[in-house]
Design a protein around this ligand. Structure first.
Ligand code: PGA
Length: 254
């Protein structure tokens, strides 16, 4: 049985004071949440403050990106060691916004993920097709290529420590959600690709989140699908009560 995992991707939102407020409100309801892994991913500038708020609770801290080297001359970048230093346990990698606006490729994502794993950070590796790709009937081909490229050569331990987030690009921040059946189909495909590159145990054990306009109103049905193990939440994670309701929907399926 896979434990659901719900992560809030706050993207480039919230000052430190706002981030503390949001984390405090979420903590009030979810501090002792056992059945779902709850992860907050504030911007880098608020990691330390949010980490302090959730310290000693069941809620974990995650970052939204990192560099692939542990340290060095990379002006403006943040290293995985720095994230560990702030008690991050997760890091989102290869989000479609990073792929689209910052040129991240499967190769870069793979490199980052391997460094993350070496430092005991769980990578949340994002994959997903654009609207054009879906319309052209290329969804499976695109997602399979991303999974094979981004998650190449992790080894069994690495795969088991990783999370995959299926996020159709056309559903992110648009209010359009993949139907539960559409999402389930791609999640099942991802599991079959995992089986091909690793083995059945890995394929059955890795948690695959759905992301893209998840809201309290559609979360239960999405999370009720057999291969969907929680969600990566953007817009709705910026509102404490929406995020809490989404976590509670995941708890129902646990
Ligand atoms: P959304 O974003 O929930 O606002 O669609 C999801 C994501 O980008 O992770």
């Amino acid at each position: 049985m896979r434990k659901p995992i719900v992560a809030g991707n706050w993207k480039m939102n919230k000052t430190v004071a706002e981030a503390i407020d949001l984390a405090e409100s979420i903590k009030r309801d979810l501090a002792a949440c056992q059945k779902v892994d709850v992860v907050l991913c504030p911007p880098f500038t608020a990691l330390s403050a949010v980490g302090n708020v959730i310290s000693g609770t069941q809620i974990d801290l995650g970052a939204q990106n990192m560099h692939w080297e542990k340290s060095g001359a990379y002006t403006g970048e943040i290293s995985p060691e720095m994230l560990r230093d702030l008690f991050c346990h997760y890091v989102i990698l290869g989000h479609s916004e990073r792929r689209q606006y910052f040129g991240e490729t499967d190769e870069i994502v793979n490199r980052k993920a391997k460094t993350a794993l070496a430092l005991n950070l769980h990578p949340i590796v994002c994959v997903g097709e654009t609207l054009e790709e879906r319309k052209a009937g290329r969804t499976n081909e695109v997602v399979e290529k991303q999974v094979r490229g981004s998650l190449a050569d992790f080894g069994a331990r690495g795969w088991l420590e990783s999370i995959i987030a299926y996020e159709p690009v056309w559903a992110i921040g648009t209010g359009l959600t993949a139907s539960p059946a559409q999402a389930q189909e791609v999640h099942a495909l991802i599991r079959s690709v995992l089986q091909d590159i690793s083995d059945e145990h890995v394929a059955k054990s890795v948690r695959i989140q759905y992301g893209g306009s998840v809201k309290p109103g559609n979360a239960a049905e999405l999370f009720g699908q057999p291969d969907i193990d929680g969600g990566l939440i953007g817009g709705a994670a910026l509102d404490a009560s929406s995020f809490i309701d989404i976590v509670l929907a995941a708890q129902e399926t646990a």
